[in-house]
Design a protein around this ligand. Structure first.
Ligand code: MRU
Length: 361
């Protein structure tokens, strides 16, 4: 999608296969910066510190992290260490483990001398496939949104966190149908919830603004009122993991939006690529929820009067805080899962109908 009018991805290869560049998401929307990742440690740090974030982008970065490690040392120990280091960065997004398993399955049987080129090609394939799958999510999501838009002559979508192109390699998951609707000439507007404590909603506002899609940022607590008073046609979010029964782990606060949407009689959609579906995880209860550091609540990030990045302490360092980063939305609140293969019920039967090859493990 666009940054200053130029088509841009969130991660791209440079230095003839020896490094990747990323958009540093810790300084947006205040400053647009790119960063070079040249080593396994760079990739692990980028994921852990959320310079890259969003389940699909975490997966693509982990794949490139393996490729960067293997470019330096390609023996079995180096491969195992790279996979273990990257697997330890963040626990909830299954895309991370999915990408690492795919890299290991490809590389393990190869002789060490062939691993570096193969790793680089596979990481690039994972990134390209993610972009294409997200584009298709947009096409399928548009089929669900068209009737809603035809009813009112416009479309108001509420989203949470950032599940746009910044959270993927390109196009986004939840925002891909929005971009498709915008591209199809539908008058679409997005309610963007701030998403405390890390304010990923501001990333959503930034990327929508870069693309020219109208949006309004709201405090998280305003969502219930807006949904109850008919100000939105649907809620669309992404996910970090979908369990085999259709339960959804996504950014903390998602569950409250699902409850409010149900009460208001509005569809609550979850847009995910295959890499976010964990068929080995029976229900949402089994999904590990990341607990992040308390300073994310105690310290706010913004721009000072000169436009420079500034940190502001909102709570004393000894204030007790809890910071669970994700919650679980039970499948019964999800109107449909929107995938690259089409939409389905959030249920085991719905998922197996779309992905019959996963039947029997
Ligand atoms: O903690 P984050 O910013 O990585 O969390 C991101 C989300 O919760 C997204 O909604 C999810 O990963 C889907 S991204 C297409």
């Amino acid at each position: 999608m666009n940054v200053n009018g130029a088509p841009t991805r969130t991660i791209w290869p440079v230095a003839r296969g020896r490094a990747v560049d990323i958009i540093d998401q810790t300084t947006l929307p205040h400053e647009y910066r790119t960063l070079r990742l040249s080593t396994l440690e760079d990739a692990a740090r980028a994921i852990r510190s959320m310079q890259v974030r969003g389940a699909p982008l975490i997966g693509a970065t982990a794949a490139y992290g393996v490729a960067l490690a293997i470019a330096r040392r390609a023996d079995d120990t180096a491969l195992a260490d790279a996979v273990a280091t990257l697997a330890g960065t963040r626990p909830t997004a299954i895309n991370l483990r999915w990408a690492l398993a795919r890299m290991r399955a490809l590389l393990s049987p190869l002789p060490a001398a062939e691993r570096a080129d193969a790793a680089w090609r596979e990481a690039a394939a994972i990134a390209d496939e993610d972009a294409e799958q997200c584009r298709r999510i947009g096409e399928h999501g548009l089929q669900l949104l068209r009737p809603l838009a035809e009813k009112r002559g416009r479309l108001d979508i509420m989203t949470h966190c950032n599940a746009g192109w910044l959270a993927t390699v390109d196009h986004g998951t939840a925002l891909s149908p929005v971009y498709a609707a915008f591209g199809a000439g539908i008058a679409v507007h997005v309610w963007v919830s701030e998403t405390r404590p890390r304010n990923q909603g501001l990333l959503t506002a930034w990327e929508l603004g870069q693309h020219g899609v109208p949006y309004t940022v709201i405090a998280d607590n305003a969502a219930g009122l807006l949904l109850a008073s008919g100000k939105a046609d649907a809620v669309i979010v992404g996910a970090d993991r979908v369990a085999a029964n259709g339960d959804v782990a996504n950014k903390i606060g998602t569950y409250l939006k699902a409850l409010a949407a149900r009460e208001a009689g509005l569809p609550f959609y979850v847009a995910v690529p295959r890499s976010t579906i964990d068929f080995a995880c029976p229900t949402g209860i089994a999904i590990p929820i990341e607990e992040r550091g308390g300073e994310e609540l105690r310290i706010g990030l913004g721009a000072d009067k000169d436009g420079h990045l500034a940190r502001v302490r909102q709570l004393p360092a000894d204030a007790a805080v809890a910071n669970p980063a994700f919650d679980i939305t039970p499948a019964k609140f999800v109107a449909a899962l929107i995938t690259e293969r089409g939409a389905c019920n959030a249920s085991e039967a719905g998922l197996l109908a779309l992905y019959p090859e996963t039947r029997g493990g």
